[in-house]
Each structure stands twice: as C-alpha cells, then as structure tokens.
Design a protein around this ligand. Structure first.
Ligand code: 6GU
Length: 226
C-alpha cells in the first residue's frame, strides 16, 4: 500500500512512521509513505498557501491552486482508492474505516489547517472527510498520522501475530480485558488467580466477563452497536 500525505507542515510527520510495527512494514515494503509539502506546489512568488476567507472575521483558508496541482500530479501517476481530508468537522473515524482502507492500494491524506480548505477542493477531490475525535487540534497532521498508523498495522504481514489485530479493542465493539505479566505477586499486588490456573476455557470466560464489565462502565455506547 502507498499512502501520500499532503501537508503544509511536513516536519510534524517526521517521526510517527519511524518506529515499531509501522517502520517494519515500511522496511518490508508492504507500506510506503510519501510526505509532500503543499507549499512546494504554490505558484505564488511568496509560496503562499492561504488567503483571507470570503467572510469577515473567518480567518485564513487554504487556497485551491497548490493542492489541486499536487493532487493532479499524483493522480496522473496512479489511481487512488481514497482521497481523505482530516478535519474536525468530518465523520468520526472508526476501526471499521481502518479495516476497509487496509485493503486499498493507494490513498491520499490531505491534512487540514487554519480555518479549513476552500470548499471546492472538498467538493471535487475529497472522497472521505474524517475527524479523530471531539476536540480541536492545531492541524490535521496528527490526525493523518493516527489514520495512517491504524491502517498500516492491519495490512497482512505488518504484525507478526496477525490474530492480535482481531483481539483489538473495538474490533468486536468491546474494550480489551486487563493483561498481566510476571511477577505473579509484586509487593503484594497479585495477578488474578484465574490467570494462573492454566484452565484456558475458564480464562477465556473471565476475559469476556472483564471486557463486558469494562465496556459497560467506560463505553456503554459500544454495547448498543453489538
Ligand atoms: Cl482531523 N483535525 C483537527 N484540526 N482537529 C481535529 C481533528 C482533525 N479531529 C479531531 N480534532
């Protein structure tokens, strides 16, 4: 899979793809990330990428020209399965989207900034608009990194134990149960006896019980989706 990320602050994306599962997926060649600086495509003599909104007091808006030129160039090189825009007024991004996108071949993620981008880009180029939660970030770069990470780890071969993606919180609309490792007793803090029993069936029942209890307590909304 190839992901092209379009940003006016590409430095913000320097580190998220350099470690762990994502780095290994890139090293293995099953994922490729290309980060593009939108400013490089501005034909303005000052390399401007924003302008005043057509409405008083609305602040700055990202201009059409550099974004269109960049996307047109990418589209002339290959076919894209999705052109995503990260924005706080987008659809709430969820695990089901990551699952869907993990089988795609080429994806563009355009990072939002300032007050937004000219609506005509959204109308004519963008296929999906996503928010990663009900809070406001300085820019869409961190959201783009979140989305790319959630997709890449699901590509077959990215994780050594592929079944572990299936047990992720949200895959079955349940939060993960608590996990423990050695020692079984740390200064009197004990691992639940059941986990030391060796009874796999009982352990699975306990995990499901714990998941249900935790989900009911922290995310009761998830249980309505089951
Ligand atoms: Cl995608 N962008 C920004 N700027 N803020 C956000 C967001 C995205 N998702 C949640 N907050």
């Amino acid at each position: 899979m190839r992901i092209d990320i379009l940003s006016i602050l590409p430095e913000l994306l320097d580190s998220p793809f350099k470690y762990s599962i994502i780095k290994r997926a890139i090293d293995k060649g099953i994922a490729e990330i290309n980060i593009h600086n939108i400013r490089d495509y501005s034909t303005n003599k000052h390399k401007k990428v924003d302008d005043y909104a057509y409405s008083v007091g609305a602040g700055m808006v990202m201009t059409i020209q550099p974004i269109v030129d960049l996307i047109d160039q990418l589209k002339s090189e290959r076919k894209y399965d999705a052109i995503i825009f990260t924005t706080p007024d987008g659809t709430p991004y969820q695990q089901a989207h990551a699952n869907q996108f993990s089988s795609f071949k080429n994806i563009i993620i355009l990072c939002g900034h300032y007050k937004g981008i000219d609506q005509r880009i959204r109308d004519h180029y963008i296929t999906h608009e996503f928010s990663i939660g009900d809070y406001v970030l300085t820019g869409g770069e961190l959201a783009a990194a979140v989305i790319a990470d959630s997709i890449i780890r699901l590509i077959p071969g990215a994780m050594s134990d592929e079944t572990s993606a299936l047990s992720d919180s949200f895959q079955d609309h349940l939060l993960s149960p608590p996990v423990y490792t050695r020692p079984a007793d740390y200064k009197g803090w004990k691992v639940p006896d059941i986990l030391l029993s060796g009874n796999e069936k009982k352990i699975d029942e306990w995990k499901l019980e714990q998941s249900l209890e935790k989900t009911k307590r922290i995310r009761p909304d998830l249980l309505d989706k089951k």
